[in-house]
Design a protein around this ligand. Structure first.
Ligand SMILES: C[S@@+](CC[C@H](N)C(=O)[O-])C[C@H]1O[C@@H](n2cnc3c(N)ncnc32)[C@H](O)[C@@H]1O
Length: 206
């Protein structure tokens, strides 16, 4: 059965995110993606970086079914593992041993503003436990900078998120970075992306 979902934003932003990943991904490793959604990013990145293993995950069953369908559709079954059922708040994360050993980085795209603030905290706490010195966490999405929105469209988007769920909302980059630092990640790079988004690279230090 074809359970593929199609997320318009994902189609638009995948190539600019690939350009950022190109700078941080090394060969022969695995990347864990948190909140993979439809799976469109996962299959695109697996095809763009054939020398690595892209491990998708999502707590939402419909999203995991979509990811499975995208993997089938793109004939990536031999290369890509099935999505993990992973909710960042359900700790400790259940990570297969082979993934733990080959893991080089954790990527989460457009997740932290549609989840509770505690999800950001746990994302860094668990990443700090899984990753070694020199490995990275990459976040992509809209952020407030010094607690200010970077555009009117982000301000309106933030309001619409809060109307959907009191616990959602665009996060302030400084506050996110405080959580990163608590878990030994320093902010290595901030890259401005199309449509008032940012990619943030955090690198683990000893
Ligand atoms: C806006 S979608 C983005 C999906 C995908 N990363 C993309 O950019 O197309 C947010 C995703 O975060 C996932 N998510 C929400 N809460 C989560 C949590 N507590 N742990 C992990 N993922 C979560 C949702 O299921 C959803 O797939």
């Amino acid at each position: 059965m074809d359970n593929r979902l199609f997320f318009p934003a994902t189609k638009r932003n995948k190539s600019s995110i690939e350009d950022v990943l190109l700078k941080v991904i090394k060969k022969n490793c695995s990347i864990l993606e948190i909140g993979s959604g439809s799976g469109e990013h996962g299959v695109a990145f697996q095809k763009r970086f054939p020398e690595i293993v892209w491990q998708t995950s999502d707590p939402n069953l419909l999203h995991r079914k979509s990811i499975i369908s995208w993997i089938d559709h793109e004939e990536l079954n031999k290369k890509m593992p099935q999505p993990l059922e992973l909710d960042v708040e359900k700790v400790p994360w259940k990570i297969p041993m082979n993934l733990k050993h080959s893991l080089q980085g954790i990527v989460s795209i457009n997740m932290i503003h549609v989840a509770k603030w505690n999800c950001t905290k746990e994302l860094f706490k668990q990443s700090g436990k899984l990753l070694e010195e020199g490995q990275f966490v990459m976040l992509y999405g809209p952020f407030k900078i010094r607690n200010e929105h970077t555009s009117r469209s982000n301000y309106l988007f933030d309001n619409s998120l809060k109307m959907q769920n009191d616990f959602w909302g665009i996060r302030d980059l400084e506050e996110v970075t405080i959580e990163a630092k608590k878990n030994s990640f320093f902010q290595e790079d901030i890259i401005s992306m199309p449509a008032n988004n940012f990619s943030i690279i955090y690198r683990k230090v000893s």
